[in-house]
Design a protein around this ligand. Sequence first.
Ligand code: GLY
Length: 305
Amino acid sequence: MRTAIVVHGGAWNIPDDLVEDHVRGTSRAAREGWKVLSRGGSALDAVEAAVRVMEDDPTFDAGVGSFLNEEGFVELDAAIMDGRDLKAGAVGAVRRVRHPVTLARAVMERTEHVMLVGEGAERLAERLGLEMCAPGDLIVERELERWRRERERERAGGGGRPPDIFSGGTVGAAALDDSGNLAAAVSTGGTPFKMVGRVGDSPIVGAGLYADGEVGAAVSTGWGEGIMRVLMAKAAVDALAAGADPGAAAEGALDILLRRTGGRGGLIVLDREGEIGLAHTTARMAYAYIRPGGGVEAGVLVGGG
Ligand code: GLY
């Protein structure tokens, strides 16, 4: 059994001037998760820790720095899944929570439900004393500029938006711990200029993430409206169960997304042996991983489209 952590920082046409930040941010997240694993911590703690780092990093479409919706504010989705018992927790469309992944974990561990959205999710966060924020705290100048451009485009009748932008950011992590347990987590601000109340694939178990301790774990990024219709993460884990290696499982699930919906995205896949698969059909995908004996491997993959 090998411990491992793999993270992604989104699959889309990541601009040149953000590539370095993506590599730095995913590396930091992988290191934070690895710190948990290397002191004997659980895969669940590791994926939460890794995703929290990226929620705090304005580079990514998760937490602070997320894409803005059509009304100019951020709504966040997140989920976490424990491969030991298929327990999962998810939140959708929260506006005032600093770490949606931690709230998703609270839904899993502290309620009898799997998903809470909007005000109800925020009330739980407040009740549990999780870190709250003002909606404006999640907005950065870069995204405000993007929103202004989008608004102008809409006013001019829409159209002309680069297609890959729909594949958005999103961050995710999958980990295998010392005891052989697998977990996955995901967090996102969704797509730019989305409708108020829109929830994507990320918090939907089987679409945005899946972790089955008997098989493996997968975390999606990309065009949520397509991913949720093909349950892309579950498709990748099912492929592992059928004997595919993690790379082939990721590619196969992305192929289903493209063939059946025309959608593009990216996947990280981790199997029970700690083998990692990375694949994307977008222009670029940011990733980092750490396995025993190695340092952090991180980069931005290109040419998946
Ligand atoms: N994959 C992230 C989203 O579509 O919301």
